[in-house]
Design a protein around this ligand. Structure first.
Ligand SMILES: [Zn+2]
Ligand SMILES: [Zn+2]
Length: 218
């Protein structure tokens, strides 16, 4: 876009790319694309680097597009706390161009906690972008069944103690190939519990996708 056009657009729609500052861009495609590259995948069932020793025969992985640090961390915090929902969609689109499309029937976002004050689900915002990139439908099929405290203040042991019964499904996921979506993967425990719950409901779990991850320490 020409500079004059950018300025005209900026007068009408005063936003700028939070990464490079270009006006009239919510977040530039090239900026977003430059933030993503495929990370080492993790086993969806235990969170260890894949292939793990325990779940050798299973191909369900957690795939992330970036490390949770720097600009990526700022973007995700904006998405979560600054009502920058449209950034989530753009992130999802860029993530979808970075990672290989799964053979899935539906993308299921990790649901918001029951008492979350947020107006929208940041995982769903990212999933909508993936839906656009991959042409796989988003389905908000999962919800928290119990009033489980927010993960934010939890230690690893507490996170792991979350049971698959913590999730319920609105609608029948039986027989569907399901992939999960979240903003950040920390230990993988929430995704693992959600995946087990879906499996208990008869779904075929094909994997999980997150914009960023905190790499395991070895
Ligand atoms: Zn930019
Ligand atoms: Zn494993």
């Amino acid at each position: 876009m020409q500079v004059m056009q950018r300025w005209l657009a900026h007068m009408l729609w005063p936003v700028s790319c939070p990464i490079c500052g270009a006006v009239a861009e919510l977040a530039c495609d090239c900026c977003l694309r430059s933030l993503f590259r495929p990370q080492l995948s993790r086993c969806l069932w235990c969170g260890e680097l894949a292939p793990c020793k325990v779940h050798k025969g299973d191909r369900a992985r957690i795939r992330s597009g970036a490390v949770y640090e720097g600009v990526m961390k700022d973007l995700i915090l904006m998405l979560k706390y600054a009502r920058y929902e449209a950034v989530g969609f753009r992130m999802g689109e860029a993530l979808g161009k970075t990672l290989t499309r799964p053979e899935a029937d539906v993308l299921v976002p990790v649901p918001l906690h029951l008492r979350s004050p947020r107006r929208y689900n940041q995982a769903e915002a990212i999933a909508r972008g993936l839906e656009s990139a991959w042409d796989i439908e988003v389905w908000n099929a999962a919800r928290w069944a119990e009033d489980v405290p927010s993960r934010a203040g939890m230690g690893a042991a507490e996170r792991l103690s979350l049971s698959s019964a913590a999730f319920a499904f609105d609608g029948d996921v039986a027989g569907l190939r399901v992939a999960f979506v979240d903003d950040v993967c920390t230990t993988g425990a929430t995704l693992s519990r959600l995946a087990r719950a879906a499996q208990n409901h008869g779904a075929e779990v094909v994997g999980a996708f997150t914009a960023a991850h905190i790499p395991p320490i070895y």
